[in-house]
Design a protein. Structure first.
Length: 229
């Protein structure tokens, strides 16, 4: 379930982001500029809040607020897709082996004669939900054989490893609102640290303030857009 963020929430979020990012930049200015640094820092802090409210509010308002995933719908969808692998009473069945677990779906591979096929089919159907594959106690090698297959299909970063289970997390998509929020939270402290670090090397060259800030901003953007794959 999703709903639009709305103007009020977007304005509130923009002001908070402006307060945070403006504060970090104000600290860097106040510590780096000797004369009238405090007044300049307060001025830039206020400007950052106003600019954030004016420009970020319409952008964030057009986004969507994510709700809780419909686990029952995911379970029913996966059960329907895996019905062809039912082996009857006493064997592997979707009703007893596919269940909801927390905010995802649990697929037990006990009593399954073709577990790798079930895993592959599950990944094709449930791409947007968390899937927990639980392995039988008597076949410890099945987990070891499954792990490289999952790593090849979905990537290492999306797999959570447990002794008796492997969890495949849904792929994280960076939408516009998420990118903006992360940039506003991460880049300002990196820019502040970069400015102070570069300026401390040669205080007689104020241009190093901007060089350090640019370096911090670039580093922040690289971190934000990195998917870890």
């Amino acid at each position: 379930m999703e709903e639009k963020v709305g103007f009020r929430r977007a304005l509130s979020a923009s002001i908070v982001l402006g307060l945070y990012s403006g504060f970090m930049l104000a600290v860097a200015i106040a510590m780096s500029v000797s004369q009238d640094g405090f007044q300049l820092a307060l001025f830039l802090w206020g400007v950052t809040i106003v600019v954030s409210a004016l420009f970020l509010t319409p952008v964030l308002a057009s986004g969507r607020k994510r709700g809780l995933p419909d686990t029952d719908q995911d379970v029913n969808q996966l059960r329907l897709a895996l019905e062809e692998f039912n082996e009857g009473i006493g064997g592997w069945r979707t009703l007893s082996h596919v269940r909801g677990e927390g905010m995802g779906v649990s697929v037990s591979l006990s009593n399954a004669s073709n577990p790798l096929t079930i895993i592959e089919k599950s990944l094709q159907v449930a791409e947007k939900c968390k899937i927990v594959f639980r392995f039988p106690k008597h076949d410890s090698s099945l987990r070891d054989r499954t792990l490289p297959i999952l790593e090849e299909k979905v990537g290492i970063s999306r797999i959570q490893r447990r002794t008796k289970s492997l969890t495949v997390m849904p792929e994280r998509k960076l939408d516009r609102s998420t990118v903006i929020t992360r940039v506003m939270m991460l880049c300002p402290p990196l820019m502040a640290a970069g400015s102070m670090g570069f300026y401390s090397v040669s205080p007689e060259q104020p241009s190093l303030l901007f060089v350090g800030a640019a370096a911090g901003a670039i580093l922040g953007m690289l971190v934000v857009t990195n998917k870890g794959r």
